[in-house]
Design a protein. Structure first.
Length: 498
């Protein structure tokens, strides 16, 4: 599509600001007026003011459905629907509801099911339908569409020519910072529309807008927007690009942002089974690795995003924090384990916990296959598993069927044991030394292959580190090079800034 919306385009912009039982959102009033200003500005877009309907503080479902139905019937070119307010999940399928001024938290019948809105949009004769939702859990409107065909929303939005842009993933709230004019997502949306994108064409497509907003929001603590595109509706232009032809800024070393990454560091030093030696080095390993993950010159995880698990008593004590991190992680999910391991009767690698029994590994130890299953369910873009444990190379077997991008860096291959040297495991001591010293002359950011290569030496008395990649489509940088001598001009493909 090479033109802006024409006279047959319609827009309905809905904002719920005041609530009887929910917290007020003054930003909603400003959000719909800011967007209306862009759509009707002849220097930016081409909607006529009489075809952009503002709906303030809907008190009943009819306050939304009637103007929406009229716009859907009138629209022939483009139908744009925008909602700003609280989002609510209700019902067996956690269906998204749009709240009204009188909505109640525990009364789903007091809000508007998104399915009703989707049904009207689906019936419209408009050639392109654009839905923009700035509300909590708004990703429910298309995350389920793309992943689980049993979800109700798949039927609600299974229509060609549809583009859906949401302010947050299906399980995350949106943010409206106190004192700001607009909510976080709509602020960046309007900023992109009014400022333009130097690298885009003369007209801003929805896909361009989404990419720029998401890029801008990566530098913040706010949830990242998501999109769903049916029949290339993302190619539909919405506004003139004010920055077209401007020279893009000189590329610089991107800043890594770990706010959407999670880590779990596990160290098991104490064992109840007399057949297992105590491993004080594992506690030291875990504490030192966590310090490296919190170190802003290497990684830069926030403390609350880097869980420490010492001496887990049962597999559940180990898997629980991993599952929590897997649910929250969006960019990088990193799991480190130091402790005893063994090979079960099924040839699966077993990570031992404090209560593990060598004669009952199947249910007293943490199975690598179960770990792989938990991590594979994560939405994280990259998974990293680091293990200082005997036979660590067997981890690759557990992840052999996953389609996720997984790095595995282990202290030994499938057949060799790991060793402790002094206060640390030999492998972890090498890893810490490499992380802390960095790699002189290498790029400003490093991937795990860089680290693995730097850990190699000619000392045959200790097992060589083992590296495995499963499903990895692109090798991306995951950490900072702490060396004083770096190649700042090297090309980067960085996970946390892409």
């Amino acid at each position: 599509m090479t033109r802006l919306p024409n006279a047959a385009a319609r827009a309905v912009l809905i904002g719920t600001t005041t609530y009887r039982m929910f917290e007020k959102i003054p930003h909603s009033y400003n959000n719909i007026r800011g967007l209306a200003g862009v759509l009707t500005d002849p220097e930016l877009s081409s909607f006529t003011s009489e075809h952009v309907r503002l709906v303030d503080d809907p008190a009943t479902p009819a306050d939304i459905m009637q103007p929406l139905k009229q716009a859907a019937e009138d629209a022939e070119d483009i139908l744009l629907v925008y909602y700003s307010g609280h989002g609510q999940l209700s019902g067996e399928n956690s269906e998204l509801h749009l709240t009204l001024t009188g909505s109640e938290p525990e009364a789903p019948w007091s809000s508007l099911p998104f399915s009703y809105v989707a049904d009207i949009i689906k019936q419209s004769a408009a050639s392109t339908k654009i839905v923009v939702l700035d509300c909590c859990y708004s990703g429910r409107a298309h995350s389920d569409l793309m992943s689980d065909p049993s979800q109700l929303v798949k039927d609600q939005l299974a229509v060609e020519g549809l583009y859906c842009l949401t302010s947050a993933p299906k399980h995350r709230p949106s943010k409206a910072p106190d004192g700001d004019t607009y909510s976080a997502f709509t602020h960046y949306l309007l900023d992109t529309l009014t400022g333009g994108i130097p690298t885009a064409g003369p007209l801003l497509r929805m896909a361009d807008i989404y990419g720029d907003v998401r890029k801008r929001m990566r530098a913040t603590k706010f949830p990242l927007p998501e999109q769903c595109n049916k029949k290339e509706a993302g190619d539909f232009p919405l506004a003139h690009n004010r920055a077209y032809g401007a020279s893009p800024a000189e590329p610089a070393v991107p800043e890594l942002d770990f706010s959407r990454s999670r880590a779990v560091v596990i160290g098991c030093a104490t064992y109840d089974d007399d057949r297992l030696s105590q491993l004080p080095s594992s506690r030291n390993d875990a504490l030192a690795i966590r310090r490296a993950l919190l170190d802003a010159t290497i990684f830069g995880f926030a403390p609350e995003h880097c869980a420490l698990v010492l001496d887990p008593g049962t597999p559940a004590d180990l898997f629980g924090p991993v599952a929590d991190a897997a649910e929250d992680a969006e960019d990088l999910l990193l799991v480190y384990y130091s402790g005893h391991s063994a090979v079960s009767h099924s040839n699966d690698l077993a990570l031992l916990t404090r209560g593990s029994r060598m004669d009952r590994l199947s249910y007293t130890a943490a199975s690598a296959s179960v770990l792989a299953g938990i991590l594979s369910e994560s939405r994280a873009r990259e998974l990293v598993v680091i293990a200082d444990a005997c036979y660590g190379g067997r981890l690759s077997d557990a992840f052999s069927t996953t389609t996720a991008d997984v790095y595995m860096l282990c202290s030994a291959d499938r057949t060799r044991q790991a060793y402790a040297v002094g206060d640390h495991g030999a492998f972890t001591a090498k890893l810490l030394k490499t992380l802390q010293a960095g790699i002189p002359g290498a790029a400003a950011h490093l991937n795990l292959i860089d680290v693995f290569s730097a850990m190699q030496d000619s000392n045959d008395s200790e097992p060589a580190p083992f590296l495995s990649l499963s499903g990895t489509s692109k090798i991306r940088c995951l950490l900072r090079n702490s060396s004083d001598e770096i190649n700042a001009s090297a090309q980067h493909s960085c996970l946390m800034t892409a």
